[in-house]
Design a protein around this ligand. Structure first.
Ligand SMILES: NC(=O)c1ccc[n+]([C@@H]2O[C@H](COP(=O)([O-])OP(=O)(O)OC[C@H]3O[C@@H](n4cnc5c(N)ncnc54)[C@H](OP(=O)(O)O)[C@@H]3O)[C@@H](O)[C@H]2O)c1
Length: 329
């Protein structure tokens, strides 16, 4: 039987080598090393989860798991038809599941505000927000309010959603925020003076990596600012998982990694754990892969200081015209 230190050492070695960590190899290794309970074994009866992006890939897998765990679901998606099909499929899989659908384009602040108002109106209780919706675009697009679309979808929309739902979330005795980021964020820093990617030739993968780094920086700010309010906020990345989104945005990559891609169920394991496991409540403001906190930075020059993170927060408050949802002076 290996000591915990020996297990951590093996895990850290896999993590440093990246490929064995992000593929299904890493997931299998860690599950075996640590002997995890199945994520779906954590009960969520009586708890309400707001899940963005439930109509495909990781979000769809997570919706199925949350339903089996007994959670009440608020499915937030941009297409009413796809949302209703997802809801019908969930009901067929898990009869009796409580699933409410709410339409929101996460890139549109007006749409997110209206969705948040609808959620507050319809749901008396809210325990977990999972910010999962995400996209990588081949060319630069702008959101209805004129922001670069990847940044709007990944950063501005989720900020408004959490800000508006916060009064209901803090009322929960076990409030959690889980943001789904990407290991791709390790490759980029965030130019705080060019959040809208106005400068230079647009590169969709780069825009995605920057936005994911900003998303994690904001999660750290949420965690810091909400520590006294009992809300636990963490980010996780799924490694590389076989989803329609990955295939559409990086088809060559998906082909190369091929059978070594994680399944969607493996990709969402840590999301479910962060949302439901009692021991996951002891960490806040961290970035997880496979149920263990990982470094925020791997590449020199990409780190965002505490001051930079606070500046980002202020910029997002200003760009969204949202009143600062925290009491931070
Ligand atoms: N798969 C991976 O290996 C991987 C790796 C790192 C990070 N991630 C992250 O994991 C999350 C899920 O990705 P996935 O691989 O499951 O991709 P996916 O199959 O494309 O699913 C993405 C989901 O996000 C929704 N979405 C996209 N843009 C939206 C918008 N503007 N408003 C509302 N919903 C929107 C999609 O809705 P529609 O059905 O309407 O398109 C879909 O439900 C993303 O944040 C992604 O960046 C994935």
């Amino acid at each position: 039987m290996l000591s915990m230190d020996a297990r951590d050492l093996i895990d850290d070695l896999a993590e440093v080598l990246v490929v064995p960590s992000f593929t299904r190899l890493g997931f299998g290794l860690r599950r075996h090393l640590y002997g995890w309970p199945e994520a779906e074994s954590y009960p969520m009866a009586g708890r309400t989860v707001v899940l963005t992006g439930p109509t495909s890939g990781l979000g769809r897998a997570a919706a199925g798991s949350f339903a089996r765990m007994g959670a009440n679901l608020v499915l937030v998606g941009r297409d009413a038809g796809r949302l209703e099909r997802t809801r019908a499929d969930l009901l067929a899989e898990t009869p009796g599941v409580e699933a409410t659908t709410v339409v929101a384009d996460m890139a549109s602040l007006a749409s997110v505000r209206s969705a948040a108002a609808e959620i507050l109106d319809r749901l008396p209780r809210l325990d977990v927000i999972v910010d999962n919706a995400g996209t990588m675009l081949p060319t630069r697009e702008v959101s209805p309010e004129g922001f670069e679309r990847t940044f709007a979808t990944t950063v501005l929309g989720p900020f408004v959603l959490v800000a508006r739902l916060l009064p209901r979330l803090v009322a929960s005795p076990d409030a959690r925020l889980v943001a789904v980021t990407s290991g791709g964020m390790y490759t980029q820093s965030l130019p705080l003076d060019d959040l809208g990617y106005e400068r230079g030739d647009y590169n969709g993968a780069l825009a995605y990596a920057r936005a994911k780094r900003a998303q994690v920086a904001l999660v750290r700010e949420w965690a810091r600012r909400l520590r006294g309010a009992g809300v636990v906020a963490n980010a996780m990345h799924p490694g590389w998982a076989d989803t329609p989104g990955l295939e559409a945005s990086l088809p060559g990559f998906a082909k190369v990694v091929g059978s070594q891609l994680r399944s969607a169920a493996e990709g969402v394991d840590t999301m479910l754990w962060l949302a439901a496991a009692p021991d996951a409540r002891s960490s806040t403001g961290r970035l997880f892969l496979d149920r263990r906190a990982r470094p925020f930075d791997r590449v020199p020059g990409t780190r965002l200081s505490a001051t930079a993170r606070a500046t980002l927060w202020d910029s997002v408050v200003q760009l969204t015209s949202e009143p600062d949802p925290t009491s931070e002076p």
